[in-house]
Design a protein around this ligand. Structure first.
Ligand code: IFG
Length: 494
């Protein structure tokens, strides 16, 4: 791989030509004494490297002695590198990773991985040598929210498959996993006060398959796995629309008191909770309360998209009420851009997705609302690459690798500058994605481009440079058995 084919592009890179640090049987990984989090980051890195290199790479707390033949993780006492920033210095004897916070060490560890040969990503023993190119990297993210959404409602994905998805996000310094847990076709999270939501509402999926759901223990397992990789889980219970699975599970949630039949098609907009009935808000309080207790992250996503059966007044009143239920459980609400029709609390976030829905996104930002940007024509990775792609949809057009890369959050929406943008997020809606291989095919090679849009400085970001760096990642994905699309836009090496 070109020595510096790092994605996302760091703030600054300087190579020390001719200098290499070769990992060997005596190489150690040193972590700052007294920081269990930093030690865990060291262990995670060691685990990845040991699998393919076969090197012992013992992890231990650094001593006063100057490290030699070591990968040294260090925490600076000051905050100058920010929450996720880091500095990496590689000489002939050591690789030193410095950060202000353990999250920065984790982000820097991804860069260090990318500086090793692609075979390092394999899960089985590979021949070396395992050399790190000498030089220095100084880096920190442009936006705080760099995410990907996995729709586990249209088609269900197992805990192991979600963990695989998290591994791939972490590789590109993404730090949010938005789980679309409920929709018309499935309810995927057990709610103890409403067991039928999962047992009945989760018992099918698009196409009529068996569906599935996460027990609360399994959801907690996903959250913990993500947290170890500095990925925050944002769970979504989509309301008041996209609720047929709930309406099929509890008759009293329907305005006419009749439970709906389960739905296995792919139409949208036909369902809604009964916003005039108090039972709806008791239901939401129970559901969001249990979800908040299971979610260490600050956000609960309440959906709000594609409601075609309510008046604007009914919808706005509903949104204003739901965001307060979320706040009552100590969390902040995020919803799709339609929620800007309502009067939003200052910390409620709107997720922009569709330029066709005028809505009040820009007006809301003038009143303080911040945005997460998911423009469908750039970030919806369920869109086909081109007319030959069998998977995916095309209502937002075709999205090739270059389309997913060549846009900027500071110029996407007239009148909305960086200061109102929390970050970016890509979507894997799963109407047509039945297997995790299908998700990988639509995710790679487009997701690293979204990761670079969210992480790297706007200045200097250019497609011609990016496509060459990205090409070097093809062999890495092969080593990880990622089922990726070999886009003709990228000069793959092999
Ligand atoms: N829009 C719907 C999704 C999904 C998508 C498929 C949003 C916010 C089209 N809502 O995107 O449920 O069906 O591309």
């Amino acid at each position: 791989m070109p020595a510096w084919a790092i994605v996302p592009a760091p703030v600054s890179v300087e190579a020390a030509e001719g200098t290499w640090f070769t990992l060997g049987r005596s190489t150690r990984i040193l972590t700052p004494p007294g920081s269990a989090e930093a030690a865990a980051a060291g262990e995670l890195l060691a685990g990845v490297l040991r699998r393919s290199t076969g090197l012992p790479l013992p992890v231990s707390a650094a001593t006063a002695a100057a490290p030699g033949d070591a990968i040294s993780l260090e925490l600076t006492g000051d905050g100058r590198l920010g929450d996720e920033g880091y500095e990496l210095a590689v000489t002939g004897e050591t690789a030193t990773l410095r950060a202000s916070r353990p999250a920065g060490l984790s982000m820097g560890a991804q860069t260090l991985r990318q500086l090793l040969p692609p075979a390092v990503e394999a899960t089985t023993l590979r021949p070396g040598p395992w050399r790190l190119p000498g030089g220095r990297v100084a880096d920190r993210p442009r936006f705080a929210w760099r995410g990907a959404m996995l729709d586990v409602a249209r088609h269900f994905f197992t805990v192991a498959e979600v963990k695989r998805f998290i591994d791939l996000l972490a590789l590109y310094k993404l730090n949010v996993l938005h789980l679309h847990l409920t929709d018309d076709q499935g309810w995927r999270i057990a709610i103890h006060s409403r067991p039928r939501l999962a047992t009945h509402g989760g018992s099918t999926q698009v196409g009529g398959g068996p569906g599935g759901h996460y027990t609360q223990r399994q959801y907690a397992e996903i959250v913990a796995y993500a947290r170890d990789r500095y990925v925050t889980v944002v769970p979504e219970v989509d309301v008041p629309g996209h609720t047929n699975a709930a309406l099929a599970s509890y008759a009293e949630l329907n305005c006419d008191g009749r439970a709906r039949r389960r739905y296995t098609g792919t139409k949208v907009g036909f369902s809604s909770l009964c916003v005039e009935e108090q039972v709806t808000y008791r239901f939401l309080d129970e559901v969001l309360g249990e979800l908040a207790a299971l979610t260490p992250g600050p956000y609960l996503h309440v959906g709000g998209d594609e409601v075609q059966t309510l008046s604007d007044e009914q919808y706005a009143a509903f949104v204003e009420r739901v965001q307060r239920i979320v706040r009552a459980h100590g969390k902040r609400a995020i919803g799709w851009q339609e929620i800007t029709k309502a009067k939003l609390l200052p910390d409620t976030v709107a997720q922009y997705w569709d330029h066709r829905i005028g809505g009040d996104v820009v007006r809301a930002t003038r009143q303080g609302t911040r945005l997460v940007l998911s423009p469908a024509e750039r970030a919806y990775l369920d869109m086909k690459y081109d007319e030959r792609t069998t998977l995916g949809l095309e209502w937002a057009g075709h999205v090739e690798v270059r389309d997913a890369y060549e846009w900027d959050p500071s110029t996407l929406l007239d009148g909305v500058g960086d200061d109102r943008v929390l970050g970016v997020e890509s979507q894997l809606w799963s109407e047509t994605l039945e297997r995790i291989e299908d998700v990988e095919y639509m995710t790679f090679p487009r997701l690293p481009g979204i990761a670079e849009v969210g992480w790297s400085p706007a200045a200097g970001r250019r497609w011609d440079d990016y496509r060459r760096r990205l090409a070097a990642h093809g062999p890495r994905w092969s080593a990880m058995a990622v089922h990726y699309y070999r886009s003709p836009q990228v000069p793959w090496p092999d």
